[in-house]
Design a protein. Structure first.
Length: 585
């Protein structure tokens, strides 16, 4: 079990707070507290001076200066503490975001993207609230509370004991109740993350929701999560609401007792009316920080739960990448040797005893029904996952020994759904490329991919902004932008995962000639359900339930592999029109 205090403190330290700003803030807070502590004493002098008939104009001016000065320095302290707090949270969000980007794909299979987003946004906000507003309250509150108690003891010990007795009685009740917030705060954060994940899935697939008229169903799912979150929130609020009146009641009782006791002592001449007035004012100096400390306690429990969740992410193992590359990543044979694979979330074998070879300058196709393991093989090549058994070699060296960024930089992947990132058309064509490309190079890549015509018809050409998931583009347009990106990337290993599936016949013809040029002298791997696109492949692997059941060229498999021949027959058979016969009269 992780220590939540250590988690929280380590996250705050990771934010690299400025020592200078902290020092300025604390110094300003000390001056502000000193002014606030001096105010009741100055009031005592004014009241006692009025009773003696003295000239108190100087004391009044000093009182005004003290109040204004305390307010100014309090604002300065709050400003610099807030600046430190926001810096901590900004650094933390950057660290957390970078960490998530370095996690393996398997990590995202276990936790939804909405929950990940909630950690960066909501949980970091909890720590932000603690390290900014609540930190200011904690610093000034502790200083004011300790200073007020010292002065109260100097003013009158008996009245101070009465006040402290009321406070101790209140905290005896508060402390056990406040511990209930710890578990509840964690549950609230978990529920909020689940709601965020659900909404993320719904809105990202809003077309599916509307196409199947599932608005009511999804609304009900959201309502259940929102209702659970409301109930938990009400339990937290009930505890917080119960804590605040305890302090108020304790202060009220203390004031009544002190007024009665103090008035009798004033009547007996044991203390002056100014001393009693100052004491009453100091009670408010005690009550305010106590309320602040109560709020701080509630926020602390929330921040502890958030920090624990964040630390769980930071403790996850990142994708492994060696420091240096042992050989040149060009023109080598890519080989699978006895590879098996199972997903962590499902122990069933997805791939079993896979042996295959991809040679430079050749085109290899992966064929099989859906679920046969084709996409998993591509994921293993990209090192999204590691084989459960066996190894993948490039030039007789395991691909796990190559630096991850260098390895993936040599691979060009044109996915079936052709994802689009937020940004302009130009940003998407040059996405993930470190080299600066000229405008002419970008135009040339778009032209070779058959994308230039529709890009130039867009309102702002290459600077046209693409909305979420490229929903202002057709499927074929998204595919051509992805292909244009490959012309600029110039990879050694080219993976085409249904690369022409969303193109019409005319566009497919245009792009195919461009792909033929792009595929020249590379290691090409094609996954396609449309067999017409892989008939000219140098080698075809037929996958069946995670195993290779056939290897060869199109013509070899057509004569030797019954399932391949059946697929070809189904896709290429011509429908015979029924002969027209006259009805029998």
């Amino acid at each position: 079990m992780r220590n939540k205090w250590i988690d929280l403190w380590s996250l705050i330290r990771a934010g690299r707070p400025s020592i200078v700003m902290l020092a300025v803030s604390i110094f300003s807070a000390l001056i502000s507290v000193a002014g606030t502590l001096w105010f009741p004493l100055q009031t005592q002098r004014i009241i006692d001076g009025l009773g003696l008939g003295n000239n108190i104009s100087t004391e009044i001016i000093l009182l005004i200066v003290t109040l204004v000065g305390a307010s100014v320095f309090s604002a300065i302290s709050a400003f610099f503490l807030a600046k430190v707090g926001h810096r901590i949270v900004a650094e933390l969000r950057c660290v957390l975001t970078l960490k998530m980007l370095k996690l393996p794909i398997a990590s995202f299979d276990k936790v939804g993207s909405g929950e990940r987003i909630s950690r960066v946004v909501r949980d970091c906000e909890s720590i932000s609230e603690l390290t900014t507003n609540q930190a200011v309250n904690l610093v000034t509150g502790l200083l004011l509370l300790s200073g007020s108690i010292v002065v109260l003891v100097l003013l009158d010990v008996r009245l101070t004991i009465t006040l402290l007795g009321s406070i101790i009685a209140a905290f005896t009740v508060m402390i056990p109740v406040s511990f209930l917030l710890d578990g509840l705060s964690r549950k609230v954060q978990d529920r909020a993350a689940r709601l965020s994940d659900l909404l993320n899935h719904i809105f990202s697939e809003i077309r599916l929701v509307k196409a199947f008229t599932a608005e009511t169903r999804e609304s009900q799912r959201c309502q259940r999560e929102i209702e659970d979150l409301r109930r938990l929130g009400m339990r937290v609020s009930t505890i917080n609401v119960a804590l605040e009146p305890i302090i108020s009641l304790a202060m009220t009782v203390a004031i009544i007792v002190i007024l009665i006791s103090g008035a009798s002592r004033v009547a007996r001449g044991e203390i002056t009316i100014g001393t009693l007035t100052a004491f009453i004012l100091y009670i408010f100096n005690v009550a305010t920080p106590l309320a602040q400390l109560t709020n701080f306690s509630a926020e602390l429990q929330t921040a502890k739960g958030a920090s624990s969740r964040i630390q769980e992410i930071l403790a996850e193992v990142e994708e492994f990448t060696p420091v240096s590359s042992p050989v040149n990543l060009s023109g080598q044979i890519l080989e699978f040797r006895n590879v098996a694979f199972s997903y962590v979330t499902d122990q069933r074998a997805v791939l079993v005893d896979i042996n295959m070879c991809f040679k430079p300058g050749t085109t290899t196709a992966l064929v099989g029904v859906s679920g046969s393991g084709k996409t998993t093989i591509l994921s293993l090549i990209e090192r999204f996952y590691l084989p459960t058994k066996g190894e993948i070699l490039y030039g007789n060296i395991s691909i796990s020994e190559f630096p991850l960024q260098l390895w993936r930089g040599k691979i060009g992947y044109v996915a079936q759904n052709a994802p689009i990132m937020p940004g302009s058309v130009r940003d998407n064509i040059t996405y993930g490329l470190d080299i600066e490309f000229t405008n002419q190079q970008v135009i040339s890549a778009a032209e070779r991919a058959g994308a230039l015509d529709f890009i130039e018809r867009m309102p702002h050409g290459f600077e046209t902004l693409l909305i979420e998931q490229g929903n202002n583009l057709s499927g074929g347009q998204r595919q051509r932008i992805a292909i244009a990106r490959m012309f600029l990337r110039d990879p050694d290993i080219l993976i085409l995962d249904e690369a022409t599936s969303n193109l019409d016949s005319e566009t497919e013809y245009q792009v195919k000639s461009a792909l033929d040029a792009l595929m020249r002298d590379r290691t090409n791997i094609i996954v396609a359900h449309r067999l017409s696109t892989i008939m000219d492949a140098d080698q075809i692997y037929f996958l069946d339930s995670g195993r290779i059941s056939g290897v060869g060229t199109h013509h070899e498999l057509l004569t030797s592999h019954i399932y391949y021949a059946r697929l070809v027959e189904r896709q290429f058979q011509k429908r015979k029109e029924p002969a027209f016969t006259e009805p029998i009269s």
